[in-house]
Design a protein around this ligand. Structure first.
Ligand code: GYE
Length: 369
């Protein structure tokens, strides 16, 4: 069954203040009228830890109103079932976000009986460009790309256009023109993730203190937007909090650890650490432990929702984790399927994420990855 991704195109999409009031529904019941429920309802009536509780849910109030269909794109309709799909993964699979994302794409292809070929660029952007070109020359007729960087895709976009290969990008954006260079982007609202991380930090510190930011890798919209959301919210809501240190930990555990070791040297009185992903936050915990700190001495807020990070909330080392759900398989294949049928696909499909806190970490741990 194709999910009508596109019902939502006709709806007004005013962004809501918090995801708790946003209308969400599971990928499997996407846009059926019965799915207009709040995240609270979903959390309340689904046993935690089941597959539907873990599935990505669209935030129907978010995203742009623009849609794309195959006629506008200048292609003939196709049946997803007959196509070979190429998937390009950006980063090494030491990060659970990447492991879960790849598994979700592979599982969905298997479930639907669609042929899939894959490549992993191991965090090397030149490699990713040649990976995607390689996927096309191996016969990929549709692409799902998890981009490492947002800029620099021109050679791939030109070739995809020439070969008429539609692109769906997941988790980070490719800078280009929707419905010309790519069909749709599926991912989180990263500015909102930054704001929600700031809300947790403000609460943890009672609105006062010195904070460090462990930035993600430069060159992608995720890092830029998670930083912007955090800083804007702190400035607006908690002038007593000062960001005194910012450095990239490259989205890796080792990077987060070594940057935090430097931080402890230069700012021994640091009160809070905002790590732009869980792996860096876990690295920060190792550094703080090594410096003789106790759980809770420095308030740590992170983004992703890995099992290790949520366990660290239970253990008292991490204050809160804003989720970034990497289970893209169902929505990515739905998008290609709807597009192939000639339906209107929104050029942005924004998912809603939960927040793990001290109150819910134990109960919600089965939903972490
Ligand atoms: O949060 C992080 C990964 O692009 C949303 O990249 C993704 C981010 C994710 O390295 O763990």
């Amino acid at each position: 069954m194709a999910i009508d991704l596109l019902d939502r195109a006709g709806r007004s999409r005013r962004r809501t203040a918090t995801v708790f009031t946003a209308v969400t529904c599971t990928a499997l019941t996407l846009l059926a009228s019965s799915c207009a429920r709040s995240e609270d309802d979903v959390a309340a009536d689904q046993p935690s830890g089941d597959a539907s509780a873990r599935a990505q849910q669209l935030d129907e109030a978010a995203g742009s109103d623009q849609t794309c269909n195959i006629e506008q794109f200048g292609m003939e309709k196709f049946d997803l079932q007959d196509m070979t799909v190429g998937f390009s993964q950006s980063e090494a699979e030491s990060n659970p976000f990447r492991i879960t994302e790849t598994a979700s794409i592979e599982d969905e292809a298997k479930k639907r009986g669609v042929e899939l070929i894959t490549a992993n660029a191991q965090s090397d952007f030149a490699q990713q460009i040649s990976d995607v070109q390689g996927l096309m020359s191996q016969g990929a007729e549709l692409l799902i790309i998890a981009p490492l960087n947002s800029d620099g895709w021109e050679p791939v976009l030109a070739e995809a256009e020439r070969k008429q290969v539609p692109i769906v990008t997941i988790d980070r954006e490719i800078n280009g023109n929707p419905c010309e260079d790519y069909v749709t982007f599926i991912g989180s609202d990263f500015v909102e993730q930054g704001r929600r991380a700031a809300d947790q930090m403000i609460e943890a510190l009672g609105g006062e203190g010195k904070v460090a930011i462990l930035l993600g890798t430069p060159g992608n919209n995720v890092t830029t937007e998670r930083t912007k959301g955090f800083k804007d919210r702190v400035e607006e809501k908690a002038p007593g909090i000062e960001v005194v240190f910012e450095q990239t930990g490259e989205f890796t555990r080792q990077g987060g650890q070594s940057v935090t070791e430097q931080l402890i040297q230069s700012n021994p009185d640091i009160d809070g650490v905002y790590a732009e992903n869980d792996e860096m936050g876990i690295g920060a915990v190792t550094a703080l432990r090594g410096a003789g700190k106790q759980p809770g001495d420095v308030k740590i807020v992170t983004v992703d929702g890995t099992k290790t990070a949520v366990q660290n909330i239970i253990d008292g080392w991490i204050y809160a984790v804003v989720e970034s759900n990497p289970r893209f398989g169902p929505l990515a294949f739905d998008a290609h399927e709807s597009f192939g049928k000639g339906e209107d696909v929104p050029v942005e499909l924004i998912i809603s994420d939960r927040v793990y806190t001290q109150e819910n970490a134990e109960e919600q741990l089965p939903n972490a990855y």
